[in-house]
Design a protein around this ligand. Structure first.
Ligand SMILES: [Zn+2]
Length: 279
C-alpha cells in the first residue's frame, strides 16, 4: 500500500490462539464472544502481522513468533505457520537479507520470536543477517529481568543472542527511527510497550501493536487481562482512539484474525472499524 513516500505492507507470521478471557480482561464473555467466538478450550483466533515499511530504508516492525516454539507450546497456542514471515516476505519479492532495520514494539514471544533462529549447530543467530535491531532500553531491561507475572512471555532466546551478536541498538524516548517512522511509548501492556507512527505527506498511520491488538479492542475499556498496567493502557488508549478517529489515522491491527488495517469510526456513540486491508 502506497502511503505518501512510504510503502506499508502488512505481513503475516501465521496464526495462533489465546484464551479469550485473558484477551478481554474484565469484559464478560457474553459480550466479547459475539466479536471473537471461542473454541472448546476457550481460545480465540488471532494472527501475527508484522509490518513492512519501505522508504529510504527497509524496516520490519516486529517479526511474529518464529520457529523456535516447543511442541507443547505449539499445541497450547495452536500455532499455525503454514504461511510464515519468510513466505510473506517472499510474496513481496524480499529475502531476509533485504531488511535493514527490525524494530520491536516490545519483546513478548509473539512479537520477537522471529528475531532469531537456530543454526545447523544449534546456536542462536539473527534471522535478518544485515539488519540492525532496535528495542527500547527499558523493555530490554525488563525482558532480561523477568518476574513470576511476566516470565512466560519473555523468552531470552529471542533477544539476548542479538545483543551478544552486537546487532541490537537501544533507544530511549519517542524517537524517529527512520524518515517518517516514529515510536511512541504507551506503557500499559508492558512498562515500555510502544506503538509506531508512520507519517508521510500529511497522512498518518499507526501500528498499534498490543495497545489495540484486534478490531474487537477499539472500546477504551476493553483492555487485555495480560496487560501489566491496565489503567495505563486505558488512559493512553482513551486519548489515542479519540485522536485516531478525529484525525483519521489508518490503524494496523497486529493480532486481528481478519483485518490487517482499517479506520476507527464512530457513529451514534458506537465505535467500529472500517476495514481497509483484510484477508
Ligand atoms: Zn502480542
Amino acid at each position: 500500500m502506497r502511503f505518501g513516500a512510504l510503502e506499508l505492507v502488512p505481513l503475516v507470521d501465521g496464526r495462533f490462539r489465546l484464551d479469550g478471557g485473558a484477551m478481554f480482561g474484565v469484559v464478560p464473555k457474553p459480550l466479547w464472544e459475539r466479536k471473537a467466538p471461542a473454541d472448546e478450550r476457550n481460545r480465540i483466533r488471532l494472527a501475527m502481522r508484522p509490518l513492512l515499511v519501505r522508504g529510504d530504508r527497509t524496516l520490519l516492525v516486529d517479526a511474529g513468533i518464529g520457529d523456535k516454539m516447543e511442541p507443547k507450546a505449539v499445541e497450547i497456542y495452536a500455532i499455525d505457520r503454514q504461511v510464515s514471515l519468510a513466505d510473506s516476505l517472499a510474496a513481496e519479492g524480499l529475502r531476509e537479507a533485504d531488511i535493514d532495520l527490525v524494530l520491536a514494539s516490545h519483546l513478548h514471544f509473539d512479537h520477537a520470536g522471529g528475531f532469531t533462529r537456530r543454526d545447523e549447530r544449534g546456536g542462536l543467530v539473527p534471522v535478518f543477517p544485515r539488519a540492525r535491531y532496535l528495542a527500547r532500553a527499558g523493555e530490554y531491561d525488563d525482558a532480561t529481568h523477568p518476574h513470576e507475572r511476566n516470565r512466560a512471555s519473555y523468552l531470552a532466546d529471542n533477544y539476548v543472542p542479538l545483543h551478544d551478536a552486537g546487532v541490537l541498538d537501544f533507544h530511549e524516548g519517542n524517537v524517529e527511527v527512520m524518515r517518517g517512522v516514529r515510536v511512541v511509548r504507551t506503557g500499559g501492556h508492558t512498562m515500555h510497550h510502544q506503538i509506531v507512527y508512520l507519517e508521510s505527506e500529511g497522512r498518518t498511520a499507526v501500528f498499534a501493536a498490543d495497545l489495540i491488538p484486534t478490531t474487537a479492542h477499539v472500546d477504551s475499556a476493553w483492555v487485555m487481562g495480560y496487560d501489566l498496567y491496565p489503567m495505563d493502557t486505558f488512559t493512553f488508549k482513551r486519548a489515542f482512539i479519540r485522536e485516531a478517529i478525529d484525525q483519521e489515522y489508518l490503524i494496523f491491527f497486529e493480532h486481528d484474525p481478519e483485518v490487517a488495517a482499517g479506520y476507527i469510526r464512530e457513529a451514534a456513540g458506537r465505535r467500529f472499524v472500517e476495514p481497509v486491508v483484510r484477508d
